[in-house]
Structure formats: C-alpha cells, structure tokens
Design a protein around this ligand. Structure first.
Ligand code: CUA
Length: 325
C-alpha cells in the first residue's frame, strides 16, 4: 500500500513541465484561454468519471448484497449505460461546438503570411498600402486585436503552433490554410513546428512576440525600411564578401544587390533574437558558427557550408550580418 503513495508525488511533476513560454496551460491570448478551459473541463470530467466508475465497480464486486434483483440491473443499464453517457457526451458536444465561433472569429488586426520551409519560417506582413514586409523565424503581433495568419508550405506538411496563444494549424504545400489568433498579454512566446517534417523538425521553432499596438506599428515601419549601410571596416569587408561569395543568390538584403528568395530575408537579421529558427542566437559568434557549417546545427539544412572561408573572412561576414539591425 504505502508504495502507491509515492506515485502520487509524480503527478505534479508531470504538470511542472507545462509552465513557461511554450505552454497551452499558461494562456496569453483568448484562443489559448478557451482551449485551456476545454482541457480542464475534459480533465476534471474524466477524473470524476473514473472515480465514479471505479466506485461502482468496487460497490458491485465487494459491497453490494447478493443476489441482485433484475429491476436494479435494468435501471443500472438504463441510467448508467444509456442516459448518463448520452447526456454527458451530448453536453460535451454542445460545449465543444459553442467555442468554435470564438476560435474562428475574423481578424481585425494585421494579415501575416507564414510559409513553412526546410526548416524555418518565412514571415510576410501585408501592409495597408499593399506592400509586403518579409522577415523570418520571428513573428510580432499587436496585443488586443485578432491577427490573421495565411499558412502555406514549400515542400512538405508543417504545423504552426504557439501553445501560449492558441491551437495549431497544419501548413500544406499548394494550399493556404487560415487561422486567427487574439493575443492579450505582451511577452515573448515560443512556437514550434508540430508536424514531423524531416530530420530537423525538432529544430523548427520560432518566437512570437506580442507587443503593444503602437510598438508593433513602429516595429513594422522600421522593418519595412531598407538595410542600413555597413559601419566600420570589418562589416564593410563582410558586405563585399557576402556578395562575392554569392550569398545574395539565396538571401535578400533589401537596399543591396542581394535579392535572393530561397533562404531567409536578412535585411534586419541582426535585430532578430534567433538564427536558423531558434537554433542559435544572433551574436557574431553565432553567425560564424552557422555560416561555417549549417549542417552541424541543423541536419539537412539547405544552406551549404562555407568552411573554406578563413576565420577572418567569417568574422567579417558575421560583423556585417550582426550589424543588419
Ligand atoms: Cu516543420 Cu516539423
């Protein structure tokens, strides 16, 4: 007997992993809150049912005076076997259907197109004037409005999920799926690809930063601007090397001859929090690590290794990219 009591201590440990910035149980938006409530209703309901069923089982096998009357047996079947499940499952169905309109409410905030790539996220904001601002691996959202996401994929199925903000939605090649999210609490939340998509699926993360609306507007305005010219000798050499090595065939740095669309847009990469979809930070050392050997950090990454570059050349390119704020 006492052995089982120790097992009870494990229960809070299971829930301890649910805290933090990537948790469906710590909602920071209305969608996550609605889904969190549904989870708790289902969990508490299931626990009550489990206790009830085991109580009945205990009573029937250990406690009830034998023999049973046929009438009691009939009532048990009618109430326990038909009426109770019908009412309970019916109520759950009505509750489940009732929350769907809230989760599908149309967006009054920005429209953001997110494309799943191997293995990173292309993020494009549609602005009121018809222009598009492209960035990657980081999504910024204004608090208090519902943003619309147009989800798409390049090659395979991915799934877009920010547990603190709402439910997940699959991304299919050649078909745009749409979802809206209504974040409420400013902060930085972690998103993760939730559909196995290849060898670096586990490294396909991103950050969703919920901002005050005026901060978001200012950020988008700055993000729309072209890259600043590199400052300092090292960064200037890096900029020249970046073009000479052909980086601009895959990457765009707006305001320069680099206009590639294959890899992430790097116009303001130095201001982002992460490199390679959450894999590395954006310090100069991180850029060196990534450029020298992307496959070491993200197996299967499409970007080739630039291991032939000297340390000085890598440092120059890193200085240039870090300075793209
Ligand atoms: Cu993309 Cu898993």
């Amino acid at each position: 007997r006492p052995r089982y009591r120790h097992a009870l201590w494990l229960a809070p440990l299971l829930l301890a992993a649910c805290e933090g910035r990537q948790s469906a149980l710590v909602p920071a938006g209305e969608d996550a809150r609605i889904l969190g409530d549904l989870f708790w209703v289902m969990l508490i309901g299931a626990v009550l049912l489990w206790i009830g069923m085991n109580g009945l089982f205990y009573w029937a096998t250990r406690r009830s005076p034998a023999p049973h009357s046929q009438t009691l047996a009939n009532w048990l079947v009618i109430i326990g076997g038909i009426l109770f499940p019908t009412v309970t499952l019916g109520a759950l169905l009505v509750y489940g259907l009732s929350i769907m309109p809230d989760l599908r409410a149309t967006g009054d905030g920005p429209v953001i197109r997110v494309t799943g790539e191997q293995w990173w996220w292309r993020v494009e904001y549609e602005r009121a004037d018809g222009t598009t601002v492209t960035t990657a691996n980081e999504i910024r959202l204004p608090a208090g409005v519902r943003s619309t996401f147009l989800l798409d994929s390049k090659k395979v199925i991915h799934s877009f999920w920010v547990p603190s903000l709402g439910g997940k939605m699959d991304m299919f090649p050649g078909r745009v799926t749409e979802m809206t999210l209504g974040p409420e609490r400013p902060g930085i939340y972690r998103g993760q690809c939730a559909e196995f998509c290849g060898e670096s699926h586990a490294w396909m993360a991103f950050e969703a930063e919920v901002m005050e609306p005026e901060d978001f507007d200012a950020w988008l305005e700055a993000e729309a601007a072209d890259a600043m010219p590199p400052e300092g000798d090292l960064a200037q050499r890096g900029a020249a090397l970046f073009l000479a090595q052909g980086c601009g065939a895959c990457h765009a740095v707006r305001g320069t001859p680099a206009v590639g669309r294959v890899g992430p847009d790097l116009t303001h990469v130095g201001s982002r929090h992460s490199l390679a979809a959450g894999r590395l930070g954006t310090s100069a050392e991180d850029f060196v690590r990534w450029v020298a050997n992307p496959g070491a950090w993200k197996p299967g990454a499409e970007m080739p290794a630039y291991a032939h570059l000297s340390d000085a050349q890598l440092a120059a390119i890193a200085a240039y990219l870090e300075g793209l704020e």
